[in-house]
Ligand binder design. Structure first.
Ligand SMILES: NC(=O)c1ccc[n+]([C@@H]2O[C@H](COP(=O)([O-])OP(=O)(O)OC[C@H]3O[C@@H](n4cnc5c(N)ncnc54)[C@H](OP(=O)(O)O)[C@@H]3O)[C@@H](O)[C@H]2O)c1
Length: 368
């Protein structure tokens, strides 16, 4: 009896502590939006969001303080930013609040994949010099300038790629690492890419072809031509045909949507095949996102007891892999499929399009 009472009161105390902690963290979660720019400081234009909400309501073109690089950073004059899956959810709040800030977004400048030219370098930087054209990944880059660590995810831009193209390349890390390191795709493999027409999928088709695979892309009717034009050997229009009901068997399913059950996907995997659990559908939080997330976990757990492996993975922003992708883009073997480009002043429209979850190829914002 005594132990029961101790347990009951302990559980209650833990709940009260957790609730108080959550309330404290929630109400102290803030950002730098109220802060004014020190007089005499250099200014730049940036897109900012101080609250969560719809792109039209929260994305504002503002003047903010221009960043200054420290000894180990480069200052990049940003020319183009491409949007990725991540950008779709960060404005919406929801569960993303656990990552981006509970009450308000912590980092108020969105954007992560950039291309531009080096304007200044810190005292210790030997890798880059002013005037170099570069691209890479750095949170908070939807602005005229961004500081990037010398050893961060940044590499030189080939001269035959535009800034828009170069800014679109980092998304391909998801395709390269998922197909190479998780899917172990090799020449002759039969590879199916579900979600083939989006930012990642359009690169995945080309990279799977480079590895020598026979590629089937799954997309909606309006994107069949795009997927074919990028090199897919076969295209399945998911509005007319369910790939899990077909006769074809695959060595690798690279699944960017996860809208089929474990059993359905296992049926079309060859014995010992691999399903790469790469994503949960189009960018942004949608009605079906939660069921796709649950589908990822269920498939992962159920495959522990099967010959076919369902493996999840997380992208790493490796400079070495960015270099590989730069070379592939420079040689024309894996090029970004940019289908929409917006000026900085129309960033909200770009985000709204991304959040539909049906982006066609890559979306780019140019920065004047
Ligand atoms: N694992 C990682 O580290 C990592 C990193 C980044 C992104 N991701 C994942 O990658 C996924 C895709 O990202 P993204 O940037 O390519 O997104 P995106 O640019 O928003 O593209 C989404 C694509 O999904 C397609 N789609 C939507 N519903 C579909 C369905 N039922 N069947 C087939 N295709 C469907 C859309 O094609 P239609 O218009 O033809 O429907 C659209 O082209 C995301 O879910 C994200 O989770 C994973």
């Amino acid at each position: 009896m005594k132990w029961k009472r101790i347990l009951k009161w302990s559980a209650l105390a833990i709940l009260v502590i957790l609730f108080t902690w959550f309330e404290f963290v929630y109400w102290t979660s803030t950002n730098n939006c109220g802060r004014s720019i020190p007089s005499g400081a250099e200014r730049m234009k940036a897109i900012r969001y101080c609250e969560y909400g719809s792109p039209d309501d929260v994305l504002k073109l503002e003047e903010v303080e221009k960043p200054t690089p420290n000894d180990n950073q480069i200052l990049v004059r940003v020319r183009a930013v491409s949007l990725r899956f991540f950008d779709g959810g960060m404005l919406q709040g929801g569960v993303g609040r656990l990552v981006f800030g509970l009450r308000k977004p912590k980092n108020t400048i969105p954007g992560s994949d950039f291309a531009g030219s080096v304007e200044a370098v810190g005292a210790n930087v030997t890798e880059f010099k002013p005037g170099d054209e570069v691209f890479g990944v750095r949170a908070g880059c939807l602005a005229q300038y961004v500081c990037v660590r010398r050893d961060g995810a940044v590499v030189s831009k080939p001269s035959n790629l535009s800034f828009e193209q170069a800014a679109s390349v980092p998304t391909a890390l998801v395709a390269l690492q998922g197909l190479r390191d998780t899917g172990h795709v090799k020449a002759g493999d039969n590879v199916l890419i579900n979600g083939a027409s989006g930012g990642v999928g359009t690169f995945a088709i080309q990279i799977a072809k480079i590895f020598g695979a026979e590629v089937t892309g799954v997309c909606s009717t309006g994107n069949v031509d795009l997927v074919k034009s990028l090199g897919a050997d076969h295209v399945i229009d998911y509005t007319k045909e369910d790939y899990t009901k077909g006769e074809q068997r695959y060595d690798v399913i690279y699944d960017l949507v996860n809208n089929h059950s474990f059993a359905e996907r296992r049926r079309v995997l060859k014995s010992g095949g691999i399903c790469v659990l790469a994503g949960v559908g189009g960018a942004g939080l949608h009605e079906e996102t939660l069921s796709h997330v649950v589908g990822v976990f269920t498939a992962f757990l159920r495959s522990r007891f099967a010959k076919e492996k369902f493996v999840s993975f997380g992208v790493t922003f490796s400079t070495k892999d960015l270099g590989i992708l730069r070379d592939l883009a420079e040689s024309g073997k894996a090029v970004p499929a940019i289908t929409k480009s917006y000026p900085l002043t129309e960033s909200a429209a770009a985000y709204k399009y991304l959040q539909t979850g049906h982006a066609r190829g890559k979306i780019v914002i140019t920065v004047e």
